[in-house]
Structures are given as structure tokens and as C-alpha cells.
Design a protein around this ligand. Structure first.
Ligand code: HAM
Length: 428
């Protein structure tokens, strides 16, 4: 029988990596506190309708990528592919409109999309997600970009490129959509010059053609009209406001006319943050404004703006840039037993040491002392406690300082206090 493996597109985050995740989440939490976002913990599954109505029926996410099933109560349920729709649902469900606006929320957790797995792209992946709800001001857009950049700055990341565009609103976008379609239709290759996917997009979702990575489609749309030139007065003013704000805080942001994003709820601002270390899946962050999402899911008008960033992609970027902020867990003490009958005493000593706040590694294999010492060294232990029949009989513990190799005999009763003191001196 074959050993069962994890499903394709999922991965186990093991101990040599999970501490980096913890650090990323710690930095997010502190940044969220400093910017005034409060944390919400949301369900991992929702009614399918939330996403089909919220994200849009013709998006790849809804059409091809959702993990949808019928539960035992015959309801269509979907594992969340993203958090924004759930955030807005939660805002409406808990009537957060009665709170002082804006309401600033953040959350983190696993998302699920049936995508073709590759480096930086998984079927289960984690996002951090930050949203500002209840205000239409371009300064809220600015603040979400500033939040994401502050998280990356605190993590020690550099060389990130912020791309921004405006995707307009239901008033000006149809005008642009028609301009783009007639540009494509009248170009030398015409609609038939597009890839198969984009030919399908032409009527259903033509803006996505701008986002296609296939060279023929890129060539065909190279001199296409830009959305930014078709914006209505309100969208134009909003975009200029975000631009002025970004200048004011000295943010290095580039206009990208091709940036359209893959989720249909966006209005006005859309942005992405790219990191060279990620290869073809180069977006570490994606976000924008979604003023009509609340209405799309049955609520009143609630303007909103936010972003999400993939933790796997943050960690790949950290590793690619050789930045290791945070600290791997450390071992203060390992206990080495010289004989089997010392194992029980080793266990009691480990208990006391841990109660004194020390991080203690234990080895109950009954292996030879040499192998146990080797293990202690590879765990990076600061001290090793040696316990054998002789030590137990004379009420002492052998304590070896792994940094300078010195070994002393310490009375058993005072061991924990002594090592705690030495550890403090060593770390200072
Ligand atoms: P998104 O661009 O679909 O936007 O995803 C945001 C980020 O999640 C991406 O930039 C990437 O870092 C990460 N990500 C997405 N898909 C995967 C995957 N398959 N594997 C690994 N990482 C992935 C959203 O999800 C929007 N809800 C963002 C938002 C929040 N807009 C407004 N508020």
C-alpha cells in the first residue's frame, strides 16, 4: 500500500520555516495595532453565493478555482478563496455601520483556490488581509498602501515595486470597455489574434485581456487605450487624490495601465506590489477599492478598500533577499543521561528547569552519551546537564557550558536557579 501524501498544491510548513511565519504574523499584528485595525476571525467556509455574487461570476476564481461542495443540509458551501467578501459580510451582519467610521479590520488564515501549483502558487495558501470600510476618501486607499509597505519595511524587505491603476466605476468602465473592444477588433490581428482564453474574455470580461501574459495578446494590446484616460470626473479626482497622497508620503509608486486585477468587485483604485524574488508569480500583495461589493451581496452602500498579501510569498521573498528577521526558537539546556536509571530524574530536572523559564530539550532514547551530546550541540543548546547513577547518588548535576566547554558540578537542588542566572549572563 502506498503511503498517503498531502494533496497537490498543499504543503506542510515544518519547524525550520514555521517560526518565520510566526514572525510575519507578529509583525502584522503589531502593525495592525499601530494603524488601528482590529482583528477578526472569520469562517473558513461560507455560502457559495457570497463569492459568486461578491467576486463575480465571470472571474477565474469563481468559474474555475473554488472548492465548492454540497453539505449534508443540501446547501452549497465554498472554502473561502479570499477574505474581502467575508469581511464585508461580517461588517454587514454585525451592523458595523453603527460604529464610528471607518471600521478597520484585519485577519489572517488559509485560503483555497484550485490553481495550477507552482513556486509561490498553491491550492491552500495563507493571506493576511487588511480592510478599511465605511469611507470613500482616497486617503483610505493611501493608508492601506502605507499599511502594506510598513509591514514589508518592518520585515526588512526592500526593492518592492508598487503598481497602481484605476479600474473606474460602473459609470465610466463600460465606456472604456467598448473603446478597448473596438481597439482590439480593429487591430491587424483582430479578435482572432488573441489566445483562446482571451477570445472567450472578449465579450465576457475584456479588461482581463490586458492582464494576459501570452506574448501575442501583449503585443496586440501594447498601444491599447488606457483606462486612466476614460475615467469619469469622480474617478479621476479620486485617482489624483491617491496620487497626491502617495507623493506626500514619498511612496515610490508606478502607474500600470495594464493592471486590472482578477476579482470583479474593484472600483477606482487597484494596486499590486511585486517582488523580483517570486519569479512569474511575482505579486506579494494585491488590493484596491470595492465600493459596490456590499450592495452586490445584498447590503446597503458601504465603500471599502484594502489589500491581501500571501504569507508563502512573503517568506519566499524574505529568503530570496537573505533577510531573516525574528529568531528561530532557541534551546537553553539539553539533558544527557549516562544510564537508563537516570531518565526519570532527567524528566524531573527538565520539569524544574522549564518552570524556571528555560527552554529545555530532552532525549529519552537511551542512546550513548556521545550521541546525546552531539544532538545537544546540533540543537544549539547553551548548557548540557549530565545525570548518571553517580550524580544522582551524590545529589549533584554535571553542567557543561557549551560555549566555552567548561564543566562543573552543581548541587541538584539549586540547578535550575543557577542555570537561569548563567543563561542570563550569557545572553546579555
Ligand atoms: P489576490 O490578488 O487574489 O487579491 O490575492 C492577494 C495575494 O494573495 C496575492 O498578491 C498573493 O500574494 C496571494 N495569493 C493569491 N493566490 C495565491 C496562491 N494560489 N498561492 C499563494 N499565494 C496566493 C485578493 O485576494 C483580494 N481579496 C485582496 C483585497 C483585499 N482586495 C481588497 N481587499
Amino acid at each position: 500500500m502506498e503511503v498517503i501524501k498531502a494533496p497537490r498544491g498543499t504543503r506542510d510548513v515544518l519547524g525550520d520555516e514555521s517560526w518565520k511565519w510566526t514572525h510575519v504574523l507578529d509583525v502584522c499584528r503589531r502593525t495592525a495595532d499601530d494603524f488601528g485595525y482590529s482583528e477578526v476571525l472569520l469562517p473558513i467556509f461560507e455560502h457559495t453565493e457570497l463569492f459568486s455574487r461578491g467576486i463575480g461570476d465571470t472571474t477565474d476564481v469563481v468559474e474555475k478555482e473554488m472548492y465548492t461542495f454540497t453539505d449534508r443540509g443540501n446547501r452549497s458551501i465554498t472554502l473561502r478563496p479570499e477574505l474581502t467578501a467575508s469581511m464585508v459580510r461580517s461588517y454587514l451582519e454585525h451592523d458595523m455601520r453603527r460604529l464610528p467610521q471607518p471600521v478597520k479590520l484585519w485577519s489572517a488564515g488559509p485560503m483555497f483556490r484550485y490553481e495550477r501549483p507552482q513556486k509561490g502558487r498553491y491550492r491552500q495558501f495563507w493571506q493576511i488581509d487588511f480592510e478599511i470600510l465605511g469611507v470613500p476618501s482616497p486617503m483610505a486607499d493611501l493608508e492601506t498602501i502605507d499599511t502594506s509597505m510598513e509591514i514589508y519595511r518592518r520585515l526588512g524587505l526592500s526593492n518592492l515595486q508598487v503598481l497602481i491603476n484605476s479600474v473606474g466605476c460602473p459609470k465610466c468602465r463600460p465606456v472604456y470597455r467598448e473603446a478597448l473592444k473596438s481597439f482590439i477588433a480593429s487591430s491587424p490581428g483582430g479578435v482572432r489574434g488573441l489566445c483562446e482564453t482571451c477570445r472567450d474574455r472578449f465579450d465576457r470580461n475584456p479588461l482581463r485581456i490586458l492582464d494576459c501574459k501570452i506574448p501575442e495578446c501583449k503585443d496586440l494590446t501594447r498601444s491599447a487605450p488606457a483606462m486612466i484616460d476614460s475615467l469619469c470626473d469622480e474617478c479621476r479626482e479620486h485617482f489624483d487624490g491617491v496620487g497626491r497622497g502617495l507623493d506626500r508620503i514619498g511612496a515610490d509608486v508606478r502607474l500600470d495601465n495594464r493592471l486590472v486585477r482578477g476579482l470583479d468587485y474593484y472600483t477606482k483604485t487597484a494596486y499590486e506590489i511585486l517582488a523580483g524574488e517570486l519569479g512569474s508569480q511575482n505579486a506579494v500583495c494585491g488590493g484596491g477599492r470595492y465600493d459596490n461589493l456590499a450592495e452586490a451581496i445584498g447590503g446597503p452602500h458601504v465603500p471599502g478598500v484594502g489589500f491581501a498579501s500571501g504569507i508563502e510569498r512573503i517568506v519566499i521573498t524574505l529568503e530570496g533577499q537573505g533577510v531573516y528577521p525574528g529568531k528561530a526558537p532557541e534551546t537553553d539546556v539539553c539533558i544527557v543521561t549516562a544510564s537508563d536509571d537516570a531518565i526519570m530524574e532527567a524528566c524531573a530536572l527538565a520539569h524544574e528547569l522549564r518552570m524556571s523559564g528555560l527552554a529545555v530539550g530532552s532525549d529519552y532514547t537511551g542512546r550513548g552519551m556521545k550521541a546525546q551530546m552531539k544532538q545537544a550541540a546540533s540543537a544549539g543548546a547553551r548548557f548540557v546537564c549530565i545525570l548518571g547513577g553517580d550524580e544522582i547518588a551524590s545529589g549533584v548535576v554535571g553542567v557543561k557550558n557549551m560555549k566555552n566547554g567548561e564543566q562543573v558540578s552543581v548541587p541538584r537542588s539549586g540547578t535550575a536557579a543557577k542555570i537561569a542566572l548563567w543563561r542570563e549572563e550569557m545572553v546579555e
